[in-house]
Design a protein around this ligand. Structure first.
Ligand SMILES: C[S@@+](CC[C@H](N)C(=O)[O-])C[C@H]1O[C@@H](n2cnc3c(N)ncnc32)[C@H](O)[C@@H]1O
Length: 330
């Protein structure tokens, strides 16, 4: 590799992640008692906490059959492929492990490969850059910090970042649960062009009974590492952990079930952000986390309703994770 991980790096930052924008959003979210997921990955500290949750609990790290389904879908998709120049764009790249697996397979299908680790968290883009840097020259990696729910010009941004003819392959791994379906599916439709390839993955609910299936996986969320990660957001705001308690539950939203975590204050708290005063009363709840759990059927339906269709898929033996290749239906 000609460039090193310790050299300085050019990172592109979309205005949706400029500090004043983030601060305005944070104040509005706290006043609204609902924290968007993006704030859970913001700092280097939170990134480390989440990477720990991922390492201990993510099926992709602890279930070898889940690793198999990723490799299997990549094999099917790239076995016959020959591309002259390809860009892999990891939307919500996280630590980049899954994108790195994709890169290993994709390297066999092209002689020229570029990687855009795109995430709301700058730290995550750099962790993913390092992970993929084991397989790809750092000069071909273009970290992009961007809030996908607040950016409508991603297409233009990618054209500016990669101003040459190339095949575009997107990954959107583990992201579907973190967004409101009515927001993210239209966005995925707009991002993808007819000849792009889009890989998505999602934690699924196995079994015939949706409610029982979701109940059975609650412990994957209600555990020490996840509590530690979620509470690190409050600690970062100066709210002590003993100000209240964290409660996990299941709720229904728009025909889907989701796991939620709320912090209930037992002592009132006042915090100051950028000269603004935000008060939490005793008894008030702050929504810190939600994660939609799909069945194969609900995912199919959501995609279809937004002009997208599944063209290839693999489900793990546990039935708890699926990898899908998605295209525009029309
Ligand atoms: C559950 S992790 C998935 C990470 C990785 N794709 C994987 O499967 O291991 C969610 C990732 O999405 C990022 N994220 C959350 N909200 C986002 C947003 N609005 N725009 C872009 N990235 C976001 C987080 O920083 C985090 O890295």
């Amino acid at each position: 590799m000609s460039s090193s991980h310790t050299n300085s790096v050019k990172v592109t930052i979309h205005p949706s992640q400029f500090p004043d924008v983030i601060q305005r959003q944070l104040i509005a979210a706290l006043r609204n008692s609902c924290v968007p997921p993006k704030f859970l990955y913001d700092s280097v500290y939170q990134t480390q906490k989440w990477l720990n949750v991922h390492q201990v609990h993510s099926p992709s790290r602890i279930d070898s059959d889940v690793t198999r389904i990723y490799d299997s879908v990549f094999d099917v998709e790239f076995a016959q492929a020959k591309y002259s120049e390809v860009a892999l764009i990891g939307l919500g790249c996280g630590g980049g492990q899954k994108d790195a697996r994709c890169i290993s397979k994709l390297k066999l299908a092209t002689s020229l490969l570029h990687y855009v680790p795109c995430d709301v968290s700058q730290s995550m883009t750099l962790v993913a850059r390092k992970e993929v840097g084991k397989k790809l020259n750092y000069n071909n990696v273009y970290p992009l910090v961007c809030d996908l729910s607040e950016s409508d010009n991603l297409d233009q941004l990618l054209d500016d970042l990669l101003p040459f003819r190339h095949k575009r392959i997107f990954t959107f791994f583990g992201m579907i649960p973190n967004f409101e379906p009515d927001l993210i599916f239209p966005k995925l439709f707009r991002i993808t062009r007819d000849d792009d390839k889009l890989f998505i993955s999602a934690n699924l609910v196995s079994g015939d009974n949706y409610q029982v299936g979701v109940e059975s996986i609650l412990s994957q969320y209600d555990n020490e590492e996840t509590r530690d990660w979620l509470l690190s957001f409050l600690v970062g705001l100066g709210i002590p952990m003993h100000a209240g308690g964290l409660f996990f539950g299941i709720e229904s939203a728009g025909g889907l079930l989701r796991i939620v975590a709320d912090f209930r204050f037992i002592h009132s708290q006042v915090i100051h952000i950028d000269g603004e005063i935000i008060t939490f009363e005793s008894g008030q709840s702050l929504r810190l986390f939600y994660s939609y759990r799909h069945t194969e059927e609900t995912l199919n339906k959501c995609l279809y309703n937004h002009g997208l269709k599944i063209v290839c898929c693999e489900i793990s033996k546990s039935g708890e994770e699926g990898v899908f290749v998605v295209k525009r239906a029309v």
